[in-house]
Design a binder for this molecule. Sequence first.
Ligand code: ADP
Length: 475
Amino acid sequence: RSRRRWGRVVGVLKEFEEACSTSVGRLRQVVDAMAVEMHAGLASEGGSKLKMLLTFVDNLPNGSEEGSYYALDLGGTNFRVLRVQLGGRRSAILGHDMERQPIPQHLMTGTSEELFDFIVSSLKQFVEAKGNDSDLSPGKRRELGFTFSFPVKQTSISSGILIKWTKGFAIADLVGRDFSECLQQAMSKRGLDMRVAALINDTVGTLALGHYHDEDTVAAVIIGTGTNACYWERTDAIIKCQGLLTNSGGMVINMEWGNFWSSHLPKTSYDSDLDKDSPNPNDQGFEKMISGMYLGDIVRRVILRMSQESDIFGPVSSKLSVPFILSTPLVAAMHEDDTPDLSEVARIMKDVLEITDVSLKALKLVVKVCDIVTRRAARLAAAGIVGILKKIGRDGSGGITSGRIKGGSHCKMRRTVVAIEGSLYTSYSMFREYLNEALTEILGEEIFRHVILKVTEDGSGMGAALVAASHSARN
Ligand code: ADP
């Protein structure tokens, strides 16, 4: 009998693994779908699940910026204020001061008055403490770059309407209003002389910081709690905005790629259930297969099913039915457990899921589940990145051989840099390895050599100051 039960568990696992299949062929279909959806989202408002939002960022910092700029980062659990001093001519960032504090829970669902009180008084304190704006000429206002990681319909580089709150925030009277105008008023009212020079999404900050250090940077990806990407697009390709003119001929597009969907995505019944149980069903489908908020819960659902099908984990633990009890960092810890007896996996099963005395053979199955979920996530993220490269003609498909240098085999394929941030890529090495492996598989070694994934640090804060600088009247 026990052999039959074991067989059932292996069956559950096999079925899951097959449903999660990300063969190169399948990934190429995802690449194509991403590029097609990008076109559709640029063609018309609502033309795709990809919103392809205009950012009005029409030039990226390049190292020539000078002066002192402030940045404010309001995105999720933390709130940060920074001051960045820029030395111009690539002498780079002279220094930055930063203060980080958690946003008090009650402010997330309180009144707009309370939220702005908190923001402006933190800013004021910071300005007073860092005081000496030696490079601020008399009569010049301080300039602020503001990273606001919520969906915003941008109306200019420095203004935009809040579409909806996410991540636990709910302050009803701010939805539908211009958040930076509200902030500007709050600052004036409280006597803080500062101008909101740029309002940006966090991915745009990552791209700005990446481009500041390396001008071949054309796109940015964040894979953390959620996932999103942005990239540099030619204005004539932004069809939904006829007559859009920029000096540079281009603009950064915020894809909001977490909402991407395609029938080619390897969706399982566990994904469907997770989606159904979420507060935003049918939304953010790509994100739900890739980002840190969800991977742990997919793993939990598979283990629950395995436990229900057999007694390899003893009686079914009630903990296995608690949504989000298994976080993605725990998945990473189990996945990367290199002890011969998988003691870390056993510890997590015991401490978090209250499942004890699991055989080594069964622990190995848990590791396998973590591997399947993470590998699929990383490979899909890679396909998304190649989708962007394809859209902008940097995937090598546009006739790389025509660029052969006479008499040699070198290609003229341009160096392409993608800035990347977020804990999944930076702190989960198996995720990072799988992502890079998939990039090589899809692009081929030759082209992969010209594509560089570069980790930036704190783009959401620094990037906002840089965008403020590159769009300020002073530059
Ligand atoms: P943000 O909230 O700004 O996206 P991060 O990029 O740090 O911040 O991402 C946090 C997410 O990454 C969380 O969902 C967390 O579960 C996940 N995470 C954090 N550290 C790790 C890790 N070492 N391995 C795997 N996932 C992690």
